[in-house]
Design a protein around this ligand. Structure first.
Ligand code: S3P
Length: 181
């Protein structure tokens, strides 16, 4: 398959759940005049069930299989902004395909900033349920290395959505200028 030119590659946002991938992705998409796709929403639309229900009724393995299939299909599309679920990069095939076909930004938020958001996430995120603070911190730490495979990292502590989105758009424009195919 032909390599997608840098400017036309879709932009993929990765990072731990609740760091703002969807909110920031929507703003980046607006600024670049691109369509935005949230993979969890896409799974929900196709499966007719929110991720939490899929986990409860069919188990995590089924959710991950769906997640992988949908990402593999969507990341070949050009000119999209795509937000991935926080666990998607656990799958090597997902990492490999995104690295080969898209431009990946890791939204990096420190534990100290993230932990203040827990109460907003606890209900809707199945992987947090039944875990105490120590176990959630462990999950947070265990996940960090998988986000290490990206094209660019964005520090989001104390940053507004608009600032992070502008940073992403500016660095993309610079990369397109410097490394245009
Ligand atoms: C998950 C993160 C969620 C969603 C699912 C599993 C995870 O997405 O895909 O609940 O394993 O980290 P967000 O990162 O958008 O919360």
């Amino acid at each position: 398959m032909n390599k997608i030119p840098l400017r036309e590659q879709s932009i993929v946002l990765i990072g731990f759940m609740g760091v703002g991938k969807t909110t920031i992705g929507q703003v980046v998409a607006q600024k670049l005049y691109r369509d935005f796709i949230d993979i969890d929403e896409e799974i929900e639309r196709r499966f007719q069930m929110p991720p939490k229900e899929i986990f409860a009724q069919y188990g995590e393995a089924t959710f991950r299989r769906y997640e992988k299939e949908i990402i593999s299909e969507i990341c070949h599309k050009r000119l999209k902004v795509i937000s991935l679920g926080g666990g998607a990069f656990l799958q090597k095939e997902v990492r490999d395909i995104c690295l080969a076909t898209t431009t990946i930004f890791f939204l990096d938020l420190s534990w100290d900033s993230w932990k203040d958001r827990i109460s907003l996430l606890m209900d809707s995120r199945p992987v947090l349920q039944g875990k105490n603070m120590e176990e959630i911190k462990q999950l947070f730490d265990d996940r960090q290395p998988i986000y290490g495979q990206h094209h660019s990292r964005v520090l989001t502590d104390n940053q507004q959505v608009e600032e992070v989105a502008d940073y992403i758009v500016d660095s993309l424009k610079l990369a397109w200028e410097l490394y245009a195919d």
